[in-house]
Design a protein around this ligand. Structure first.
Ligand SMILES: NC(=O)c1ccc[n+]([C@@H]2O[C@H](COP(=O)([O-])OP(=O)(O)OC[C@H]3O[C@@H](n4cnc5c(N)ncnc54)[C@H](OP(=O)(O)O)[C@@H]3O)[C@@H](O)[C@H]2O)c1
Length: 289
């Protein structure tokens, strides 16, 4: 069974990070629903979620704001310690210069009500030279505003370029689309990250919810007493060096996804999943949401 905490190399030190977290895309998009979303995130904290993924892009800061409110509530009460939380947020690529990252990071810190962001990502590669972004991330670390930095939506070539830059080896994760039905990263990207002990952060792990309509997957899941979403998440949690961040907009989904950690996947089920969703036999471009 995958444990709640996996020891993954994040940055230079081995640190324990949860392998299951919570995504926040589409949160904070409307004043009308913000209070409800704060309550939902507080419920997630009660259930046990400690890793949260957000971005300045989500709701143009709105998702960071609702997450910040939920975290602030939780940290005022006993039960949740700051040092066990892992908060990940992302900067727009056009904020990738040292000055742009400083401004964007400060705004994210304010919205999140946090002095320090645990992991700060470049959301995707833009026009700013990677060496500039690395310099910007290093400066944020020196200020104590971020603990680790990483990238998102970087394929093998972009990552290779980054790693060749002085300081680029400190990249702590690559957050990319990875699900049982989108296994392209297994050909080259994921093995390369594993060799470096860098975790891959899997977004869209249930294909934005579409995977639950996959009838053969649902039938296979039912043989284990699981839902299709749970089997898809349990399969990802079974992959070494992978952190999984499904989004859930209701308490039943929060609980259902959380329980995927308890699933045991027999070899026959893993083999059946390989035949339903064959692993890649050649390099493919990264999937995007
Ligand atoms: N770096 C990037 O470029 C990037 C891109 C995309 C996503 N992300 C991050 O990754 C997170 C996850 O990706 P995602 O939100 O796109 O897709 P996802 O997690 O694969 O799917 C989320 C969708 O699945 C539904 N869902 C959740 N649990 C379910 C369950 N047990 N049964 C049935 N449906 C369920 C949700 O509906 P309800 O809301 O109704 O629960 C929502 O519509 C995002 O929230 C974001 O934090 C990053």
């Amino acid at each position: 069974m995958p444990s709640l905490f996996a020891t993954v190399e994040v940055g230079t030190a081995a640190e324990r990070w949860p392998t299951l977290g919570l995504g926040t895309w589409h949160l904070g998009e409307s004043e009308r629903t913000n209070d409800h979303e704060v309550a939902l995130l507080r419920r997630a904290l009660e259930i046990g979620y400690r890793l949260f993924d957000t971005a300045e892009m989500y709701g143009e800061g709105g998702a960071e704001q609702v997450l910040g409110r939920a975290l602030a509530h939780a940290l005022r009460e006993p039960g949740v310690r700051r040092d066990e939380l892992r908060v990940v947020t992302k900067a727009y690529p056009h904020h990738g210069t040292p000055a742009g990252l400083r401004r964007a990071c400060d705004a994210s810190r304010r919205r999140l009500q946090l002095d320090t962001i645990d992991l700060y990502l470049l959301h995707w590669r833009g026009d700013v030279a990677l060496a500039e972004s690395v310099r910007g991330f290093e400066q944020l670390q020196q200020r104590g505003w971020i603990r680790h930095w990483g990238v998102s939506n970087f394929d093998v070539d972009d990552l290779g370029e980054l790693l060749a830059i002085p300081g680029g080896q400190a990249c702590a994760t690559d957050q990319v689309y990875y699900s049982v039905s989108e296994r392209g990263v297994e050909f080259e990207l994921l093995p390369g990250l594993r060799r470096r002990n860098v975790p891959l952060m899997a977004y869209c792990p249930i294909d934005g919810g579409r995977i639950v309509r996959h009838r053969p997957l649902a039938e296979l899941a039912a043989t284990l007493g699981l839902s299709a979403a749970q089997l898809a998440l349990a399969w990802l949690l079974h992959q070494p060096g992978v952190i999984v961040i499904p989004k859930a907009g209701s308490e039943p989904h929060l609980l259902e996804n959380w329980r995927s950690r308890d699933a045991r996947l027999p070899a026959a089920v893993l083999a059946e999943l390989d035949s339903l969703f064959p692993p890649p036999t050649r390099r493919r471009p990264l999937a995007t949401s």
